[in-house]
Design a protein around this ligand. Structure first.
Ligand code: CO
Ligand code: ZN
Length: 336
């Protein structure tokens, strides 16, 4: 499974440019699916048919990652940019980026690393630039509108993995592996790989409208509060199990769905944590508020240093998330 995770996180795919990621996922889910289709926005649906008389359950993981889009080029070849998704500006200095055509660059800002500039306040977006190593505008291999992803090499530490883009390629990996291990469930399960989550849950919104699920669950990452003096009070820890979302700033999970997930976890001795996040949201928020409302919730892989140049996850949480999803999908009694 680590090979699959590595392949997914090493693939270029900022919001709106998920094609390569979708191709990788499609090769894995095509042999497992009863039906496969891609909608106009690029969401990929892989349906596993149930035994009949069950519910329609949508599981969603987003294929996109955060990135930077070029807004202007300077005569001396430096690229100005703006963010694709929520960019942690405090951690951009010296970070490498890669464009779709393979062009590499490094990020810096006006004034260099001088403390009076880089110190207390983080320079606003307009002062940052990407340097791709050319001296003249005419020599640039990229231009306005090109999108860069962060270069965040994957490394296997054994129990834990470090790298970038676990948000949310780890969710994609969990869905693929769940689909692989799932015997025919009582319910129809729509494994959904969404686009443009990082720029406002845009893919999931149309995906849920189009597929009309009875129940929708997002599988994504959640920041933890288990490092020294964490910035935010979050009760999640690495390695203590996947988290069952109670609430974030975009949604309150359906209480009966949350209860069912907890009951299933306890019955199968799967460790889990309860999640309340004072920041961010997931595709579940968009899936919940479509048509006349959908019973929605989320399962998260606890992740340290989310959106930063290096993220960290624990393989036991990944494994337990898959176990929880499989046990849940085999449950006949779904919340109404
Ligand atoms: Co994210
Ligand atoms: Zn995410």
């Amino acid at each position: 499974m680590k090979t699959l995770i590595r392949l997914l996180v090493d693939t270029y795919g900022p919001s709106g440019f998920e094609d390569n990621v979708r191709d990788v996922i499609r090769t894995h889910v095509e042999p497992l699916a009863d039906e496969l289709h891609v909608d106009a926005m690029g969401n990929l649906f892989a349906l596993k048919k149930g035994l009949g008389a069950g519910k329609r359950i949508m599981l969603a993981a987003h294929m996109d990652e955060i990135g930077l889009i070029v807004t202007q080029v300077e005569d001396d070849g430096f690229l100005r940019f703006s963010g694709v998704g929520a960019i942690p500006m405090k951690a951009l200095m010296g970070v490498r980026v890669r464009f779709a055509n393979g062009t590499l660059g490094v990020i810096s800002h006006d004034g260099g690393a001088k403390p009076e500039i880089a110190g207390k306040t983080i320079p606003d977006m307009s002062r940052w630039f990407i340097d791709v190593g050319v001296s003249r505008k005419e020599d640039l291999p990229v231009g306005v509108g090109d999108v860069a992803a962060f270069v965040r090499p994957f490394q296997d530490l054994g129990q834990r993995l470090i790298g970038g883009g676990f948000d949310d390629r780890i969710g994609c990996a969990v869905l693929i592996e769940t689909m692989r291990r799932l015997d025919r469930p009582p319910h129809d399960v729509i494994f959904t790989f969404t686009v443009q989550e990082e720029v406002g849950l845009r893919g999931a919104r149309v995906a849920a409208f189009g597929m009309e699920p009875d129940i929708a669950i997002a599988v994504d990452i959640a920041p933890t509060g288990d490092t020294p003096r964490p910035e935010l009070p979050i009760a999640l820890k690495l390695g203590a199990g996947p988290s069952i979302k109670i609430a974030d700033v975009g949604m309150i999970s359906h209480p009966r769905l949350r209860q069912t997930l907890e009951t299933v976890a306890r019955e199968h001795n799967i460790p889990y944590q309860l999640e309340v996040l004072p920041l961010g949201s997931t595709d579940a928020a968009a899936m919940q508020a479509t048509r006349s409302g959908v019973i929605a919730g989320a399962i998260s892989i606890p992740t340290r240093y989310t959106h930063l140049p290096t993220e960290m996850i624990d393989m036991s949480d990944v494994e337990n998330a898959i176990k929880l999803l499989i046990a849940f999908l085999q449950t006949a009694d779904m919340p109404e």
